[in-house]
Design a protein around this ligand. Structure first.
Ligand code: X2X
Length: 348
């Protein structure tokens, strides 16, 4: 029923029944659109795109089709320019998104917390952040920045890969050309490790790896597998898990306010439910009791390197100045709270 027929039905039903829904209709001033546009970087072959699809389907089902959403993977609404995604959501070029904290961190500096190298440690550490007080604070910052945040998801812990040699020490990275995301902290981290980073979009990364213009990249293993990066020359993976890459489910504020309070609640709960499922998918094969994804990668002929705690510590030392510099940008108080939450985590 559209707005006019609802109003008519209300009038026909008399003042008593009319009053409640007129109130809700006033709260949702703008009419619903036939379709809303949801942005992600990667599609449904990846946990991230799958997590968006789950959200879309839950919303459709639970609103009985009142809210229809179409998925635009490849950040195609902004021609693949992933670090502009947050601004585009704020401006309404994009209605909804499941986005990486990395891609939004140029606009929301606190999101760099998750890109501090060798900081978050493990799944339990990441959960301690996103599911605790730090996560709440960060979502408040996102909300203040002009976008309505609803739930957390996960791209995953990012591992370093390359076509040239095994990486066990910072010295192994010397001079290697890496594609990094267009967020400045990544440039700083790879430079501190003696490598040669180049910022580019995910769309540009794949041909650059194929041609050998860059020799390495960093992404979660699920991305490596679904994008078949071994076919782009990536033969060495070091599981250093240096950066956690959570995702956030968001809606443009005007779109949010155009929905009834009841529908907002449905969309929020659907995002929470989809986010939970997505995190489980993103961790599949990468947990202490199930390392099948690591085995699957090795079966492709890729050399997988696990670091000892001492080896990891050498990387941590090398990037210390980066952590210090970016702690000031993020806010020392937030970083301190995050450190405390990670220290208190229950080890999985
Ligand atoms: O560009 C990447 O590396 C990706 C797909 O992981 C992100 O969007 C952060």
């Amino acid at each position: 029923m559209d707005r006019r027929s609802l109003l008519k039905a209300g009038a026909a039903g008399g003042a008593i029944t009319a009053a409640p829904f007129i109130a809700t209709r006033t709260a949702a001033a703008a009419p619903y659109r036939a379709e809303y546009r949801l942005s992600t970087v990667v599609g449904t072959a990846f946990p991230w795109g799958k997590g968006a699809e789950i959200w879309i389907n839950l919303v459709k089902e639970r609103t009985q089709g009142r809210i229809n959403i179409k998925l635009y993977p490849g950040v195609s609404l902004i021609n693949g320019d992933q670090t502009r995604e947050f601004s585009a959501i704020r401006q309404g070029v994009i209605d909804m998104a499941v986005g990486s904290t990395i891609n939004w961190s140029p606009q929301v500096k606190e999101l760099n917390l998750f890109s501090l190298p060798f900081f978050t440690q493990d799944h339990a550490g990441l959960d301690a952040l996103t599911q605790g007080e730090v996560g709440k604070r960060i979502l408040q910052v996102v909300e203040k920045a002009g976008v309505v945040p609803l739930a957390w998801g996960e791209n995953g812990f990012r591992e370093v890969t390359n076509s040239k040699r095994e990486i066990r020490t910072p010295a192994d990275m010397k001079g290697l050309k890496f594609r990094v995301v267009g967020s400045p902290i990544f440039n700083d981290t790879f430079t501190a490790l003696g490598a040669n980073p180049t910022q580019m979009t995910w769309a540009d990364a794949q041909p650059a790896l194929a041609s050998g213009a860059v020799e390495g990249q960093e992404n979660p293993l699920h991305i490596f597998m679904a994008a078949k990066l071994h076919t782009l020359g990536q033969k060495f993976i070091t599981r250093w898990g240096y950066v956690a890459d959570p995702l956030i489910y968001v809606v443009n504020r005007d779109v949010w306010e155009s929905w009834t309070p009841a529908d907002r609640e449905i969309v929020r709960q659907a995002a929470i439910d989809a986010g939970r499922q997505e995190v489980a998918i993103a961790r599949k094969g990468l947990t202490a009791d199930d390392t099948s994804m690591v085995r699957d990668a090795a079966a492709l002929g890729v050399k997988i390197t696990e670091l000892t705690p001492a080896e990891k510590e050498a990387f941590r030392q090398a990037v210390k100045p980066v952590v210090e510099k970016w702690t000031k940008q993020i806010g020392p108080d937030l970083v301190k709270r995050a450190e405390a939450a990670i220290a208190a985590r229950k080890k999985a």
